[in-house]
Write a protein that binds this ligand. Structure first.
Ligand code: GLC
Length: 541
């Protein structure tokens, strides 16, 4: 799965925003059926619907249309057809916990409490506090800071928003809302979409009585200082998922992935089902240390067991770029070594890998000055209250893709990019990495095509292989027909270790020998030496 953040991917009309025709032009880059292309199977497209942009698209004003900055419904039809022609599946991002406050449903709901949309959002009168002051109906806080309730002068009531005030939560207990959402979902399936990513799906249902959450005394942000008993993870979700998934499953070959919002990772197992995955965030939170990755994988294997199917996620539009996170302050060479080793993990651990655009060229976070911040919670935090609402500015991981076909802005646009480009676009871009057999891009390409040819990399069982050095992580993936061993040296020093085995092994992939991957042979009881941050995949004879 390849996540496209549409504003930043490819700009066809030089207005500074990526768009659908731009994406269509890059489909061959993603997969043209040959090993010259990246070789992904499916695209997850972050929201493309009309939106005032308070949460950069995650505030939808019309689920049935395409935001004009991205193109038209015809462009979308072309995207589906062109993707399918190349065997690429297309997955949309469904933001159904909330709409934009500019959605027609909300406009009508706030104007007419007794009208058809009156009960489509969570409206309440509020309470009376000290000195008769009006206070919100309960203590829930917004994930983006402040109370989760905002007073609406038009309706004369409070409404709930788990995120920004411009993102009112819909009332999932209202059958009319449910029906409208499912009709919309069916519409996109009929347009040929192959699946969906469900934004914060475990937050859809809230406690029927909207009880206040118990307090916690630890936590950095006010949101963390509550036990979120009542504002998410309600049992009613299971029922809705069954209905939603039955609809998706009636279009064969479809799948979904749910975004588990701020919850116990076991929820990822409980809420997943065949063809319906759920993100868990273990790996994205794991520091670049072999024992940490060993532990994270062990936890995931214990949770999902052999019958469950996890996702493998090292980056997305909400998190620091993987190279910056795993190799902070590293020079470009070290950063790329870590990125290549991470690529090996990402494409050979058990589960469906999700690759965030730009990770394939080893992109790093791009510092954005205070004046240029777009990410709403980062702006909202403000310079002075930063300490109260500490929020990592997500713009840093969303900078436009440098294609390097010449011209300004790394070939992304001849106009002014909507967000600052990385400072190294002239040296780190697709064209430059295309020509370099040792680049991060070529590592991803080789790994993705190898993964196609070797079922053990995809569906093999997982077994941790202990070694005497704590700096390397070694594991085996096996099917009835083949066994591979993956070994990653996390250290900045050379490491040697033995593999206890009666087989002979040959190298399938080596981050440090891109051209002569099959060069190494290891026989029974042999020692393997890995250079700093080297990762290899071995195939058992
Ligand atoms: C999800 C999205 C994030 C967005 C939030 C609110 O977590 O990934 O980008 O801000 O939902 O919609």
């Amino acid at each position: 799965m390849y996540q496209v953040y549409p504003r930043s991917f490819a700009d066809s009309n030089d207005d500074g925003f990526g768009d659908l025709p731009g994406l269509i032009d890059k489909l061959d880059y993603l997969n043209d059926g040959t090993e010259r292309s990246l070789g992904i199977d499916a695209i997850w497209l972050s929201p493309i619907h009309p939106s005032p942009g308070f949460d950069v698209g995650y505030d939808v004003a019309d689920y049935d249309a395409i935001d004009p900055i991205f193109g038209t419904l015809d462009d979308f039809g072309r995207l589906v057809a062109e993707a399918h022609r190349r065997g690429i599946r297309l997955m949309l991002d469904l933001v159904m916990n909330h709409t934009s406050s500019e959605h027609g449903w909300f406009e009508q709901s706030r104007r007419d409490p007794n009208g058809a949309y009156g009960d489509w959002y969570l409206w309440r009168d509020g309470r009376r506090g000290r000195f008769g002051r009006r206070i919100p109906p309960n203590n829930w806080s917004s994930f983006f800071g402040g109370s989760a309730w905002t007073w609406d002068e038009v309706r004369g009531q409070y409404y709930l928003h788990t995120f920004l005030p411009e993102q009112p939560d819909v009332n999932w207990r209202n059958p009319a809302v449910r029906e409208a959402m499912l009709t919309m979902v069916r519409g996109w399936l009929e347009r040929g979409v192959d699946g969906f990513r469900l934004d914060v799906f475990n937050a859809f249902f809230k406690d029927a009585d909207l009880r206040s959450n118990p307090r916690r005394y630890r936590g950095r942000r006010p949101y963390d200082r509550q036990v979120h008993l009542y504002d998410k993870d309600q049992p009613e979700l299971v029922d809705f998922l069954a209905e939603f998934r039955a609809l998706v499953d009636s279009f064969p070959g479809s799948m979904t992935v749910g975004e588990l919002f701020s919850s116990d990772p076991i929820g990822a197992v409980r809420l997943s089902a065949p063809r319906h995955l759920v993100f868990d965030w273990w790996l994205i939170k794991t520091p670049w240390k072999a024992p940490s990755f060993v532990r994270a994988s062990q936890m995931r294997e214990a949770m999902f067991r052999e019958s469950g199917w996890p996702t493998v996620v090292l980056g997305n539009h909400d998190q620091s770029r993987l190279a910056s996170r795993l190799a902070p302050r590293a020079d470009a060479t070290t950063s790329d070594e870590v990125a290549r080793a991470a690529a090996v993990l990402s494409l050979s651990l058990r589960g469906t890998p999700f690759l965030y655009y730009g990770e394939e060229i080893g992109a790093r976070d791009v510092a954005v000055t205070w004046e240029e911040i777009i990410d709403p919670p980062a702006r909202r935090g403000g310079r002075l209250v930063r300490r109260l609402v500490p929020w990592w500015n997500r713009d840093q991981a969303r900078s436009p893709m440098p294609w390097g076909r010449g011209g300004p802005n790394g070939g992304f646009t001849a106009g002014r990019p909507w967000l600052r480009m990385a400072p190294d676009v002239d040296t780190r871009n697709v064209a430059v990495q295309d020509d370099d057999s040792g680049s991060v891009l070529n590592a991803y390409r080789r790994l993705l095509w190898l993964r196609r040819r070797h079922p053990a990399m995809q569906v093999g069982t997982y077994r941790h292989v202990p070694t005497r050095t704590p700096d390397v992580y070694v594991y085996e993936r096996a099917t009835d027909d083949e066994t591979i061993i993956v070994a990653v040296n996390f250290a900045a020093k050379e490491r040697s270790f033995g593999i206890r085995t009666s087989r002979r092994w040959r190298t399938l992939f080596d981050t440090h020998a891109p051209d002569g991957a099959a060069s190494r042979e290891i026989s029974a009881g042999g020692e393997l030496t890995l250079q700093p941050r080297q990762a290899v995949i071995l195939l058992g004879a």
